[in-house]
Design a protein around this ligand. Structure first.
Ligand SMILES: *Cc1c(COP(=O)(O)O)cnc(C)c1O
Length: 392
């Protein structure tokens, strides 16, 4: 039986898996100790749970437990990485290369660093949403300290050529920071292959609780050092002070373990459902996919419905289907998405975009309903649209 509204906004956040909730609950009431309390069993129990979670998180990305630092989420991890590197390596240089399609957590942090004197190159992307590796190479300077490129885009699901970027950074001895928030738990992410020096991701995007995330910091080849941005009790080797969010971390660990076990099956199932939805909607005239045809996350599609704008579409869909026009952080604004603009889309096409993001709890029945409902909604909206009547 269908339950409404149908949730297809899993790029914004995911439901916490019930198995994750079961695992973390005792850490609120029973095992509530502070892992920094070294003198009694409440503290020991909490510390052991945090270490186990660190192993689970590290295991999902093929890192070691001592390379995982817990934060409040990917926004904080991106801030810590970018600010921490700029300050630690200020003597070596002050040039950062990033892209125009990064999440605001990266872009706005780069803007702030620019005000403090850093120089930032914002790479263009092509119509598929990917950067050009030759342009990346040509942008490298003697004082470049960091390349910051996302693994997967949060509006389109487009995958960046991270292994090639990692190889370039490695060869040139430049640090590679990767915002992998949309990729971790959805597709295989292996830090030994893509070779990021630092990598950010978040629990609530992979069926864990909100308010907890991680920053991976490579310990070997390269051995990365960063300046802490939050000072205090010296937790987490002084990199990120503050009492650890033990229930959140335990839940994040469990979510990572589940993702490791279920990602392949989930990804396969969701790719089929995504493709079914996409093909059904592409049968409408003047409808386009935004993003690379194959280099994309399996569970996301971003579609533009020509001659309409996303707000009018959303106002019809919202009653039955929860989707968005792009990122949760910028939705509600009337400006076309900066990601789609960077992909050289026209304003009209960028303003007509809707992102459908499926997840672990999406069912085949929900997709069948959605494709019918959206087809009807788009057809009706267009029949009442003067722009549509007058086209060509
Ligand atoms: C959601 C998201 C973030 C921010 O993560 P939070 O944990 O919500 O702070 C950063 N980058 C990308 C690509 C995201 O999708």
């Amino acid at each position: 039986m269908l339950r409404f509204p149908i949730y297809l906004d899993n790029c914004a956040t995911t439901a916490c898996d019930a198995r994750v909730v079961d695992t973390l609950l005792p850490y609120f009431t029973q095992y509530f100790g502070n892992p920094s309390s070294r003198n009694h069993s409440f503290g020991w129990k909490a510390a052991i749970a945090v270490e186990a979670a660190q192993q689970q998180v590290a295991g999902l990305i093929n890192a070691t437990a001592d390379e995982v630092y817990f934060t409040s989420g990917a926004t904080e991890s991106c801030n810590l990485a970018l600010r921490g590197i700029c300050s630690m390596y200020a003597g070596k240089g002050d040039h950062i290369i990033t892209t125009k399609v990064e999440h605001k957590a990266v872009l706005d942090t780069c803007k702030t660093l620019e005000k403090k004197g850093a120089h930032v190159t914002y790479l263009d992307v092509n119509a598929d949403g990917q950067i050009d590796l030759n342009v990346l190479k040509a942008s490298l300077r003697a004082n470049t300290i960091l390349i910051a490129v996302q693994w997967a885009n949060n509006e389109t699901g487009v995958l960046m050529p991270v292994e090639a970027i990692g190889a370039i950074a490695h060869e040139k001895n430049i640090l590679f920071f990767c915002d992998a928030t949309q990729a971790v738990g959805k597709i295989p992410v292996d830090v030994k292959k893509a070779k990021p020096a630092l990598m950010a991701f978040s629990s609530h995007k992979l069926y864990g609780p909100k308010g907890v995330g991680a920053l991976y910091i490579s310990r070997k080849d390269p051995r990365v050092k960063i300046t802490s941005q939050i000072t205090g009790g010296g937790q987490q080797k002084n990199i990120r002070s503050g009492t650890l969010n033990v229930p959140g971390i335990v839940g994040f660990g469990k979510a990572c373990a589940l993702a490791g076990e279920e990602m392949d099956a989930d990804g396969h199932r969701l790719l089929n459902l995504r493709n079914k939805l996409e093909q059904a909607l592409l049968s409408l005239p003047e409808t386009f996919v935004n993003g690379h045809s194959s280099q994309r996350l399996p569970q996301v599609t971003n579609l533009s419905f020509g001659y309409l704008n996303s707000n009018e579409i959303l106002s019809i869909l919202n009653k039955n289907i929860a989707v968005s026009s792009g990122s949760a952080c910028t939705s509600g604004s009337l400006d076309p998405s900066y990601v789609l603009k960077a992909m050289q889309q026209t304003d009209d096409r960028a303003k007509a975009a809707i992102r459908f993001s499926l997840g672990r709890f999406t069912t085949a029945e929900e997709i069948d309903y959605t494709l019918q409902f959206v087809r009807t909604a788009i057809t009706n909206l267009r029949e009442n649209s003067p722009a549509w009547q007058l086209r060509h």
